[in-house]
Design a binder for this molecule. Structure first.
Ligand code: DGJ
Length: 733
């Protein structure tokens, strides 16, 4: 029996059925405490740092919030609810009471505590679940509602979880943005009234707002100190995060599927399972909460979260749709020569009757265009093999175009409202396939299955999704269940992805959705990484990757060196700076190498060699963000440290350039104060080494004093520019 299971039993189950009892859900450093009394609603008592058995027992005396742990709509309708439903007989109220508390070992060595509640009158139950993993400071909570009534129950709200947060000076940090400007950080205190963060894209959900937030409990969030609660809804579809700040002493936080236009008819005997909401608590500031999410995500959510990712070249910004054999061969030769390990052929390689020469045709017709690639995929893979690199390919399986053989044969497979013309997206012709339909799920599975059966040496798939659900209507769902579309789309997508992963557990798959539309812990179990943004401008990426790192680890963050001037911003950025930013995530390239000079290629070759050295620290280490680009101090800085604190990589990027500017000296964090670290600059371009090159400093010194970063690079006159950045490797003796 594992430790958390034992703790729970000792404190609660022994006394269950007799009187009010505490349900203590512990993690390594945190506790969540509920009160479960048979015949009463489940009460929330506490979420925060770890409590002793004594503190759990005397908690009530300290003052707690007398609210339900999973509020339902009906008997106290003036408060916001996590769940509401209309019974088969039209009654709109629920009145739930605890009937059972149980605990079980779940998948992946987890412990799941389940509190079951039944309506006092109707045969309708809701169980609230809490999952913990040994060693992780994350608690996942979700609800399951079962209808045993005589007829269908209409679910009108179905949140994953609810959390009351004591008022103090709570600041919420959220991610916002739009295409090519994703994951910007915004922080603000919570106002009275309701704050809602939501998504209604239908297919993807992280271009604009994100389904994750950080709550800094004691004023503006600090990176490495202070109490922080992090919340991440694990769901790839429409979501709603809601803070209701009413006339009580608490902010009330709800998170779940966005119920708007998604009422769900739960048939007799059916159970509706919400996606999980992951909660974390840290007293080590925002970075501490991020580390908790990263560790848990790498260990339990992200596909192959503990493996290293290959250094790759993706063809998109290098050639766009101009795919041909000679071009692909040349790109493969170049990336192999620079030390890369994988080449990915992006959009434009397919189409039979309609060749894919631009974005207006062919999605759905996943056959090789042999006019462009006479040697086919196998020819390319043979060439990759010869160069000692692996081969990957782009697909967009959930979509079709009106100009495609798939659409000509099966117009009934697209999402479209009855009696309406289909709204068309990218290229003026793109349509979304109706994944509520099991036949469409088969199509999506078969696209991947056919590719990987025919070409088993494919190592990597870039899975794109370039359209939202553009009109509401399923040609598959019945008229009375049209409101199921958004939810059933994601159930269908997940069903197809599950089949793919069951058959192909080893292939690396990137979640791309017009850039960063699919950065969410709900979808990442099927993917190894995501494309942060279609914007590859290094300066803007500092801001986007900073925000991304609040919730997602570097191993999942596709971060590529691209051309200058940048294709999205037209900004001219030197290769050193572009490389130093890309090297803080999963390094790749998004460039036409044939346009690079020999000197640039050599510089990149050295950078890739350096990156391979630090890859385990970056991709598997703990993040400590140090100086935020959003603070407007003229620079940004962060570091990754191995769990044993023996090695670290420090990044510093100048974000503004003025003459005689004064930048802060950045103090480091997370090191072992008593270890002595030797400093080595990586990716060095300067004529002279830094004054501290090869020197040793204690962790204590580096964390209270830091190192001075020169404002510019010591390079020959003609190479001078307005950028400066540094990567330092720190190794303890
Ligand atoms: C959008 C993606 O974000 C790009 O990286 C690229 O794959 C294009 N789609 C291809 O159409």
């Amino acid at each position: 029996m594992n430790k958390s299971l034992t703790a729970f039993l000792a404190i609660s189950l022994a006394a269950f059925g007799v009187s009010a009892k505490k349900v203590h859900i512990p993690t390594k450093n945190t506790s969540l405490v509920l009160e479960a009394t048979e015949g009463q609603p489940l009460k929330f008592l506490y979420y925060g740092n770890a409590l002793s058995d004594n503190d759990v027992q005397t908690l009530d005396a300290a003052g707690t919030f007398n609210r339900d742990a999973y509020p339902v709509y009906g008997m106290n309708p003036m408060n916001e609810a996590a769940f509401s439903a209309v019974h088969a007989d039209g009654n709109m109220t629920l009145d739930m009471a605890v009937t059972d508390v149980s605990t079980a070992l779940g998948a992946d060595n987890s412990t799941v505590t389940t509190v079951t509640m039944a309506d006092k009158v109707y045969p309708f139950t809701i169980s609230v679940n809490y999952r913990t993993y040994p060693g992780e400071d994350v608690i996942e909570t979700w609800a399951e509602a079962t209808n045993n009534e005589k007829g269908t129950v209409r679910l009108t709200r179905f949140m994953s979880g609810y959390l009351p947060v004591r008022r103090s000076d709570v600041h919420v940090s959220q991610l916002y943005g739009s295409w090519a400007n994703e994951t910007r950080v915004e922080e603000a205190p919570l106002p009275h009234g309701v704050k809602i963060i939501k998504n209604k894209d239908g297919a993807r959900n992280s271009h604009t707002s994100h389904a994750e937030v950080m709550m800094s409990l004691d004023g503006k969030g600090r990176e490495n100190e202070g109490r922080v609660i992090g919340a991440a809804l694990e769901y790839g579809g429409n979501y709603k995060l809601m803070f209701d700040t009413d006339d009580t002493d608490y902010h009330q936080f709800f998170a779940g599927i966005n119920e708007e236009n998604s009422e769900y008819n739960l048939a007799k005997g059916e159970t509706f399972v919400t996606p999980p909401l992951a909660l974390t608590y840290s007293e080590e500031g925002l970075s501490g909460a991020s580390r908790n999410f990263h560790r848990w995500g790498r260990n339990h959510r992200l596909a192959h979260g503990n493996d290293m990712r290959k250094v790759l070249l993706n063809s998109w910004e290098g050639v766009y749709f101009d795919i041909n054999e000679e071009g692909m061969q040349q790109m493969m030769a170049d990336i192999a020569d620079m030390g890369g390990e994988l080449f990915v052929m992006d959009d434009g390689w397919f189409g039979g009757k309609y060749p894919r020469n631009n974005d207006s045709t062919s999605l759905g017709d996943w056959v090789v265009d042999t006019n462009k690639l006479p040697g086919g995929i196998n020819g390319l893979i043979d060439a990759a093999d010869k160069r000692g690199i692996r081969f990957g390919i782009w697909i967009e399986p959930e979509m079709t175009n009106t100009v495609s053989e798939l659409y000509e044969k099966h117009p009934e497979y697209i999402i479209k409202a009855p009696k309406r013309e289909a709204v068309q997206g990218r290229g003026g012709t793109q349509l979304v396939l109706d994944l509520a339909n099991p036949k469409v799920q088969d199509i999506v599975f078969n696209i991947v299955d056919t590719l990987l059966t025919k070409y088993p040496r494919i190592d990597y798939i870039k899975w794109d999704a370039n359209a939202p659900i553009m009109n509401h209507g399923s040609q598959y769902l019945t008229a009375d269940n049209q409101s199921h579309l958004y939810i059933d789309y994601h159930r269908g997508l997940e069903a197809a992805l599950k089949r793919i992963r069951a058959k192909y557990p080893d292939v690396t798959i990137q979640a791309c959705a017009s850039g960063g539309g699919r950065a969410n812990w709900g979808i990442l179990p099927y993917f190894d990484e995501f494309w942060v943004s279609d914007n590859t401008d290094a300066l803007q990426r500092i801001y986007m990757q900073w925000g991304t790192s609040y919730f997602f680890p570097a191993v999942a963050m596709g971060s590529h060196i691209s051309a200058s001037p940048n294709h999205q911003t037209n900004r001219i950025v030197p290769l050193k700076f572009r490389t130093d930013v890309a090297m803080s995530g999963r390094l790749g390239m998004e460039i036409q190498p044939k346009n690079m000079t020999d000197e640039e290629k050599e510089q990149t070759r050295r950078a890739i060699t350096d990156y391979k050295r630090i890859r385990p620290i970056v991709q598997q280490g703990d993040i400590y963000r140090l100086l935020s680009p959003y603070d407007g101090k003229g620079a940004a800085s962060l570091m990754y440290i191995t769990p044993d604190k023996d090695s670290a990589v420090y990044y510093w990027w100048k974000t503004e350039q003025f003459v005689n500017q004064q930048l802060p000296r950045v103090t480091m964090a997370g090191l072992d104060p008593d270890k002595t670290y030797t400093i080595t600059e990586l990716n060095r371009v300067d004529n002279k080494p830094l004054p501290y090159e090869g020197k040793k400093f204690t962790g204590r010194f580096l964390m209270s004093n830091g190192l001075e970063m020169p404002l510019s690079h010591d390079v020959d006159w003609h190479k001078r520019n307005d950028y400066a950045s540094r990567i330092l490797l720190l190794n303890a003796e």
